[in-house]
Design a protein around this ligand. Structure first.
Ligand code: IVH
Length: 676
């Protein structure tokens, strides 16, 4: 029976799709489809071709191993082809594989085959060639027969030995393994890229493959790459042991890294046990694995079994649930973190990925959302690996539906309604609610009570979390209304410690303006900035009244900090919190603002005070000068306009005279204040 036109058409369409995705994956290092989806396409094509052998074309992707090497790198011929592995997605498929092995080998049908079992590492396959124990060449797998010369890049990987240890290694030894990027390194790399608004890698495998194919080895050297070796290729002038497991032991002796999780297991039952054990440990490993590989341990058996077109008959990859899947975005909402970061979160059509059903995934931040152009209704790749929060890694643009909806950042915090501030240099949008926002409450309170802020001794993080959990403390002002009776109901809180805590709460009321500002926890306002603001403005009213320009007049306050401070005091919730604190008895010493008055009679003039004035203290004189727009500094220089001298004036007066700076006494100062 010949294949129908529909079957032929479908096969051709699958081939075209697979070719395109091969190119994205192997050449561009930028796959568009999750592996599992790609595998589905390949399996569908394989099944069609199996059932209708007459439709197989010589250029069908099923007839080849991988993609063409890229021209930018020199090309390398693999003396022994670098093959791929057949996949088993179920126990049944594994049992079929084992049955085929037993049938082909001349062994007792009931006997259990020994398999070398290893994790299937999710990275990029490489070949390393050693001549007389020296690394002479590193290559990618490429299409299996020709790869790319990446010697300069593999040399930068610390785990790749440049010369072999010990003795007894063959004159020519080609080893094969997987270069991978451990999950932590991958996360960190992406976080940095995200913060800079740069392109992130979709997954660690992609990051490894992309890093290996950098044209500049210095870039590769900066990437946290590692390698495990799992096979040998060409061997001349030497002998290797007779089992896969022993070969790996030997490789380890010569200085290669091999995966410490490998085991020798007996028969299918042993394989399944290993599969389950690795599955349970999968999330705990430092690197991504996408399954386990079983290889017939005896190399003479391997030789008897031989190969089919793309893969050996003596090995199979038993796959774990995919860590990347396709699903549809139902909605995009915003979550507020403990530090006020407003994060877009995708509500998904539930999908089974990484071993669990996922219905929410993070979109990280607005920059990232825009860069990836994620819209409601889009089909996306969701990734869940390890215990990392599931994330949306890419959109399948060709599946975008009409009416897919763009989402804008919220102007108001979805939790507390405060303004959300989006600062260009920072990818993150933040709720300005601070103390008021329930999402940020516990963190804000911990900061408020900390030693360098209000210094409430005995009010630790655990206690704060309890108080927030029972809703007893909503704002810092509530701390000042706690009673012993209430406190003793909390965990690990006796009468004595409750009394002690209330005392330190009471004691914290008398503070300084600078500590108070720091305690408010305005983002970007650390101790130094709080102190600069306090001494510049002197009092709360002046600070609250300052616009962004006036704030930038404070030393070390730039546009970002000015915007944050301004937004904080604009928020009426924050004003209410401050009022509550003052009403509860929090006090500090205020003084006149030192902010220069922009249009006073002395604006722009610089004064130095020396000696004792008869009719006013020096502080009073200072206040008067500042109120008229002048500035008071401590030492005389060319920049000084006037030195005001009183009784027992010292060296400052002499210096002024030397420099030709004008000098005035108290009467002269009063005249200046009145005259101009
Ligand atoms: S053995 C002839 N062992 O999986 C056998 N491959 O799907 C060739 N891989 O290209 C491979 N971990 O990149 C083998 N422990 C392991 C592996 C492993 C990951 C990769 C390798 C290979 C691909 C085949």
């Amino acid at each position: 029976m010949t294949a129908s036109a529909t079957t032929r058409k479908r096969a051709e369409s699958l081939r075209e799709q697979i070719r395109y995705h091969n190119y994205r994956y192997h050449v561009l290092d930028d796959p568009e489809l999750p592996d599992i989806e790609y595998d589905r396409l390949v399996r569908e094509l394989e099944a069609l071709e199996r059932d209708n052998p007459e439709i197989v074309t010589p250029d069908s992707p099923t007839q080849r191993v991988g993609a063409q090497p890229v021209k930018a790198f020199g090309s390398v011929a693999h003396k022994m082809p670098m093959l791929s592995l057949e996949n088993a997605f179920s126990e049944e498929e594994l049992r079929n594989f084992n049955r085929r092995v037993v049938d082909r080998l001349d062994v007792d049908p009931g006997s259990a085959i020994s398999y070398a079992a290893e994790p299937k590492l999710d990275g990029a396959a490489v070949s390393l060639l050693y001549e007389n124990g020296q690394l002479v060449r590193g290559a990618t797998r490429g299409d299996g027969t020709r790869g790319e010369d990446i010697t300069h890049n593999v040399r930068t990987i610390e785990a790749v030995p440049l010369s072999l240890l010990g003795k007894g290694f063959p004159r020519t030894l080609e080893v094969r393994g997987e270069v991978f990027m451990p999950r932590a390194g991958f996360q960190e790399f992406n976080e940095i890229a995200r913060a800079k608004g740069e392109k992130t890698f979709v997954n660690p495998r992609n990051a490894a493959a992309g890093s290996l194919r950098q044209l500049d080895p210095r870039l590769t050297a900066e990437r946290p790459l590692d390698i495990y070796l799992y096979a040998v290729g060409q061997v001349d002038g030497g002998q290797l042991p007779k089992r896969q497991s022993q070969v790996l032991d030997r490789l380890q002796d010569w200085g290669f890294k091999v995966c410490p999780e490998r085991r020798v297991v007996e028969g299918v039952e042993g394989c399944l046990e290993f599969y389950r054990a690795m599955g349970a440990r999968r999330d705990l490993l430092a690197y991504d694995i996408d399954g386990v590989v079983y290889k017939v341990d005896r190399l003479d058996y391997q030789a008897q079994l031989g190969f089919v077109s793309r893969a050996p008959r003596w090995a199979i990859a038993h796959k774990f649930p995919a860590q990347e899947e396709l699903t549809v975005i139902r909605d995009i909402e915003f979550q507020v973190g403990r530090t006020g970061a407003v994060t877009p979160v995708a509500r998904l059509e539930p999908v089974f990925v990484g071993g669990v059903t996922v219905s929410n995934a993070t979109l990280h931040n607005m920059h990232e959302l825009h860069r990836k152009d994620v819209r409601i209704g889009d089909t996306v790749i969701v990734r869940r690996a390890g215990d990392v929060i599931p994330e949306v890694v890419a959109v399948l643009l060709e599946r975008r539906v009409k009416g897919a909806r763009i989402v804008k950042a919220p102007k108001k915090c979805p939790i507390c309604g405060s303004a959300v501030l989006f600062i260009d240099e920072e990818a993150v949008a933040r709720c300005t609610g601070g103390l008021f926002c329930p999402a940020q409450r516990a963190e804000a309170l911990k900061h408020f009570a900390s030693r360098r802020a209000m210094d409430i001794d005995g009010l630790g993080g655990k206690l704060i979390e309890q108080l927030v959990a029972v809703d007893r403390v909503k704002t810092p002002a509530d701390l000042y209304h706690l009673s012993v009776d209430e406190l003793v109901t909390l965990e690990r809180m006796g009468q004595k410690s409750a009394e002690k805590l209330l005392k330190s709460i009471e004691r914290s009321k008398a503070t300084t303006f600078s500590r108070f500002l720091y305690a408010l926890g305005v983002r970007e306002v650390g101790e130094a900035t709080a102190s600069a603001l306090a001494s510049h403005f002197g009092n709360l009213d002046a600070l609250v009244a300052a616009d962004e320009e006036a704030l930038q007049a404070v030393s070390d306050v730039g546009p970002v900090v000015a915007a944050r401070v301004h937004a904080f005091f604009e928020e009426k919730h924050n004003k209410a919190v401050i009022r509550g604190l003052i009403d509860a008895g929090v006090t500090w010493v205020e003084r006149e603002s030192q902010a220069p008055v922009a249009d006073g009679p002395l604006t722009g003039k610089v004064f130095v005070l020396t000696g004792t004035l008869a009719g006013m203290t020096r502080d009073e004189a200072k206040d008067l000068i500042q109120a008229a727009g002048g500035k008071v500094t401590g030492s005389v220089s060319q920049k000084t306009d006037f030195v005001v001298f009183g009784d027992k004036a010292g060296s400052k007066l002499t210096k002024a005279q030397k420099l030709g700076v004008k000098t005035v006494d108290e009467e002269g100062l009063k005249k200046l204040l009145a005259d101009q």
